[in-house]
Write a protein that binds this ligand. Sequence first.
Ligand code: C2E
Ligand code: CA
Ligand code: CA
Length: 627
Amino acid sequence: MMGRGARPGTVVSAVSAPAPAPPGVNADPLRSGGAEQAPTAAGIVVIDDQSPEASLLADFLRGAGYRRVATLSGCAFTVQALEEARPDLVLLDLGMTRADAFEVLRCMQADRVLRHVPVIVLAAQDELASRLHAFEVGAADFLVKPLDAGEFARRLRNALAAKAYRGQVTHTDPLTGLPNRESLLLLLDEALERALQCGTVGAVMQFGLDRFDQLGDALGPAVSDELLQAVSQRLLAGLRDSGVAGQASASSATAVLTRGSGDEFTVLLPVLEGADGAAVVAGRMIERMAAPFAVGGYEVFVSCRVGTAVFPRDSADKDMLLKQAGLARHCAGNVGRMSSRGFKFYTDELNAQSLQRLGVERELHHALERDEFRVYYQAKVDVASECLCGAEALVRWQHPWRGLLDPGEFIAVAEDAGLIVRLGEWVLREAMRQTAAWQRSGLSIPQVAVNVSSQQLQRAELYDEVREALGAAGLGGSALCLELTESAIIDSGAQVTGTLEAIKRLGVQLSLDDFGTGYSSLTYLRRFPIDEIKIDRSFVSDCDSNADSSAIAAAIISMAHALGLRVVTEGVETAEQLEVMRDSRADALQGYLFARPLSADDFGALLAMALPKTPGGAATPLPRAGG
Ligand code: C2E
Ligand code: CA
Ligand code: CA
C-alpha cells in the first residue's frame, strides 16, 4: 500500500515505536475504567486491495509496537467483517481498484459501532477534491504517500488518543467516574461471548438503595450526588474485599462496577468459579453499606438490595439478564441494619411469581371500576363485658373467577402499583356509608375502624378525604377510627403529624396497628396524637403457653395505660388467651374466638343480635366460637 511506483521499504523510513501515550490517554477505556494503558494494544485494520503493500504496512505497524494489526482486502469488506476485527482505527487506501474507498467510509458511517472508529485515508496524490470528499464522508485524517514514518506514527497516535478520549466521555458516568450503562452493555456482550465459547460462568449483579427517591427528596440533589459518590466508593471497596479486584485492572476477566441512572449500580462478574461466588461478592458489598454515610453534614443510614442473574444459565441474552437481575433485586428483602436478607438470585420461580403479580396488578386496575371490592367487618369486643364495642373494616376482592380474595393476595401489589391510595379511599367511603346505613336502620355501632396505608398517610389530602367521607355519610368524626402502622408514622415528617392533628380535630380516633412488630417505642409515640394501640396477633398467639410473651404483653399494656392509651389485642382465638388478656387488663380484643370478619349483611345480623334493643338498654355479650 505504499506509494504506487515507490519502492516498498523506502516509503516508511526511520521506523520508531510510537511514543508512550500522553497521560489520560487510554486505548481501551472500557476495561481499564480510565487507567492509563499503552496505545499499542489498540486494534488497527488496514483496508487495501494490494495485499503485498497492505502486509508491508501491517509489518511496519507491528514493528512500531501495535500488537493487534489485521488486514482486510477491499473486495472482502463488509460491515460485519470489519466489526469482527474490532478496530480502534482503520487505515483505508483510497486507490483501491476492486473496491470504492468512499463507499467503505459511507458504510462505516451508517453503522452504529463503526461510525465511532477513526479512519485515516491514505492517498497516492494530494488532490483537494478527494481530500474534501474523504472528510465529507467521515474520514478523520488524510495522508499522502509516500508516508513519513515520524509523521505517520504521530498522526496515528493522535487519532487513537482522540478516540480514547471520546470513548472515555461516552462510556463514563460523570458523577462517579465509573463505566456507564453503555460500557456495561459492551462488556456484557464480550463476557457472554466468552462464556459461551469457553464454557465459563459469569454473573450480573444489580444493586440499589431502598427508598432512594424519598431519600433524595429529603437530602436535595447536591447531597444525594455526594451520597451516590460515597456509595460507589464503598461498593468498589466491597469488590476489592471479595478478591475479585476493582475495575482498575485491564483484564477482561475482572469484575467491573458500573453505574446506570439514579441509585442503580451494576457489577459484572465476567468469570466466576461457581454461581455461589456472586453471593460472596454481594455479601461483602452489603457489609460495606452498614456504617452510616456522612454527607452534607448529615449522618445517613442506607439499606440496599442486590439481585443476581447468572450467565449463561439464566440467559445468554444481555437485555434479559439485566431484567432478571433487576427482578431478583426487586424481590430481595431490604437489608436493614440488623438483617442480611437483601440478596437474591434470579430463578424461574421468581419470574413466575412476578408474572402472577403483574397479572394481579393489571386486574386490580379494573377491579375498582368493576366494583369488585367488598368491605368485611370484624367485631371489636370489650374484654370486661364481652359485648361488641366496634368493628374493623377489612377489604376483600370478589375476583371474577378466583373467588373471594383476602388482602394478603393483593394489598402489597396495590401498594407497589400505587393503587392503594384509591383503594383505601374507597374502603373509607364505603365503610362510612355502611355505618350510616346501619344507623338509619337502628343499628348504631359505636365506631368503625379503617386501615390507612403508609402511602395514604404521606398525602396531605387524607384530611379532606376523611372529612368528605364523614360528610357524605352524614356522620360525626367519633364514628371513625383510623388504624395506622408504626412504620408508616415513624419515618414521617412534621407534615404527617400536622395531618393527623387536623384529623383528630374532626373527632376521629387514631389507633396504632400491629404494635410489637416494629420499634415499639411507647415514649416515641407520645409525639403522635394516638388514642389506642393494637397489640399484634403474634404476641397474643403464644401468650397462653409462653410466660415471657404474656409478661411482655402485660408490661406493654400497663405502660400504655400509664400514657392514657386504650389497648386492643388482636387474634384472640382461645378462652385461655382471653383470660391472659383479661389478667393483663387489655381493654378490647378482636379474634376468631368471638367473630371472624363478616360480610356487611352477616355483620348487620350480628349487630342486630348484639346491640341494645332499646336506647339505654343492655347489650348482649357475644357468644364464643363453638360455645
Ligand atoms: P390487620 O389490620 O392486622 O387486620 C387483622 C387481620 O387479622 C385480618 O386479616 C383479620 O382477619 C385477622 N384476624 C383477626 N382475628 C384473627 C384471629 O383470631 N386469628 C387469626 N389467625 N387472624 C385473625 P385480613 O382481613 O386478612 O387482613 C390482613 C391485613 O390486610 C390487615 O391486617 C391489614 O393490614 C390489611 N388490610 C385489610 N384491609 C385493608 C384496607 O382496607 N386498607 C389497607 N391499607 N390494608 C388493609
Ligand atoms: Ca388493622
Ligand atoms: Ca393488626
